[in-house]
Design a protein around this ligand. Structure first.
Ligand SMILES: Cc1cc2nc3c(=O)[nH]c(=O)nc-3n(C[C@H](O)[C@H](O)[C@H](O)COP(=O)(O)OP(=O)(O)OC[C@H]3O[C@@H](n4cnc5c(N)ncnc54)[C@H](O)[C@@H]3O)c2cc1C
Ligand code: FES
Length: 288
C-alpha cells in the first residue's frame, strides 16, 4: 500500500471546499449504554445512505460548540437509511452531544479515512481484540462479518473493559455469545459481586485460546496503552505483522489531510488510516 505522505497540491484545495461543509443529519434515537457512553442513530436528509465501510469515521459538529471525529459503529450490511455512532462524554462536543434529544440535528462530514480491507479477510479465521470504547468501530466490522458469516473461518472475539458496568453493547455481546459460530470471551479489570467471568486485563484472554497463525487475521482497537501488550500476545501466537490490523485514533481536526493534526512522521492518519496493518506502521515513530 502507498501511504499518503503529503498534502494534495494547492490547486486541488479549491475543489475540496465541500469536504468542509457538513450535512445536517437528524437524530432518530439515543441509547444510554453506560454512564459515559451513548449510541446515536442518525438519518441523513432524504434517508441517503452514508456509504461507509467498517473502520471509517465521521466528523460530528454541533453549531457554536465544535467538531470531533467519531467512528461509525453500525455495519453497512444493516440499515442503509441510518447509521450509528457511540460517543463517550469527555469534552465540549461529546458533552453537548449527550445533551441532545431525538429530532435534534448534528453536522456530519464524511465518511473519512481508510476502513478495514474486509475483502482481504475473506476465507481467514478472524480474531477480534477490542478494549473499552474500541468495540465501537469494531462492532461495525464484526456485524458485517456475521452478516456474511459463511465467507469467513473461525470468529473469535476477546473483549475487555475496566468494570462490568463499562462493557459496551451488552445486548449484542449476549447475542454473539449465544451463537455457535462465534467464540466470545469477556474480561474486566475489576469485577463486582454480580460478575462471574474472567477478571484481568485483555491479554489474560489470549492464554485461553489457540489459533492457526498462518490463516488468522487479528483486528484490535482500544486505548493506546493496550496496543503494546496485545501486539506482544499476537506475535507470541505467530500471527504475521501484515495480518494484524489496528485503528489509530490520533488527534484529528480536518479529517481530510489538510491541517496536519494527525500527522505521524510524514503520514496523515486521517487519510492513510485510521486503519493500518502493523506492517505499515511499525517503522513510524510515535505511531503507537
Ligand atoms: C478516528 C477517530 C475515531 C474516534 N472515534 C470515537 C468514537 O467512536 N467515540 C468516541 O467517543 N470518541 C471517538 N474518538 C475520540 C474523540 O474524537 C475525542 O475524544 C474528541 O476529542 C472528543 O471531542 P470533545 O470536544 O468532546 O472533547 P475535547 O473537548 O476535545 O476533550 C477531549 C479530551 O481532552 C481533554 N482536554 C480538552 N481540552 C484540554 C486542555 N485544554 N488541556 C488538557 N486536556 C484537555 C479533555 O479533558 C478530554 O479528556 C475518535 C477519535 C478519532 C481520531
Ligand atoms: S490532516 Fe487534518 S486531521 Fe489529518
Amino acid at each position: 500500500m502507498i501511504l499518503t505522505t503529503s498534502h494534495p497540491p494547492i490547486a486541488e484545495a479549491a475543489h475540496d471546499e465541500e469536504l468542509f461543509l457538513p450535512t445536517f443529519a437528524t437524530i432518530k434515537s439515543i441509547r444510554q449504554l453506560t454512564e459515559l457512553e451513548k449510541v446515536f442513530t442518525l438519518e441523513l436528509p432524504n434517508s441517503a445512505p452514508l456509504g461507509h465501510r467498517p473502520g471509517q469515521f465521521v466528523e460530528v459538529s454541533i453549531l457554536g460548540v465544535g467538531e470531533a471525529p467519531i467512528s461509525i459503529s453500525s455495519s453497512p450490511s444493516r440499515s442503509a437509511k441510518s447509521f450509528e455512532f457511540c460517543a463517550r462524554k469527555v469534552g465540549d462536543v461529546t458533552g453537548a452531544l449527550h445533551k441532545l434529544q431525538p429530532g435534534d440535528r448534528v453536522g456530519i462530514r464524511g465518511p473519512f479515512g481508510r476502513g478495514f480491507p474486509i475483502e482481504k479477510f475473506r476465507g481467514k479465521d478472524l480474531l477480534f481484540a477490542p478494549g473499552g470504547l474500541g468495540l465501537a468501530p469494531l462492532r461495525s466490522l464484526i456485524n458485517q462479518v456475521l452478516d456474511e458469516r459463511a465467507m469467513f473461518g473461525r470468529v473469535v472475539i476477546l473483549y475487555g473493559a475496566r468494570t462490568p458496568d463499562e462493557l459496551l453493547f451488552k445486548d449484542e455481546l449476549k447475542r454473539w455469545g449465544e451463537r455457535k459460530d462465534v467464540e466470545l470471551l469477556l474480561t474486566v479489570d475489576r469485577g463486582d459481586e454480580s460478575w462471574t467471568g474472567n477478571v484481568g486485563v485483555i491479554t489474560t484472554l489470549f492464554r485461553q485460546i489457540s489459533v492457526y497463525p498462518r490463516n488468522t487475521v487479528a483486528v484490535t482497537c482500544g486505548p493506546p496503552v493496550m496496543y503494546r501488550f496485545v501486539l506482544m500476545e499476537l506475535f507470541g501466537k505467530g500471527i504475521s505483522e501484515g495480518n494484524i490490523w489496528l485503528s489509530l485514533e490520533r488527534r484529528m481536526k480536518c479529517g481530510v489531510g489538510k491541517c496536519g493534526h494527525c500527522q505521524i512522521n510524514n503520514v496523515y492518519a486521517c487519510q492513510s488510516g485510521p486503519v493500518f496493518s502493523y506492517k505499515e506502521i511499525k517503522g513510524l515513530e510515535e505511531a503507537l
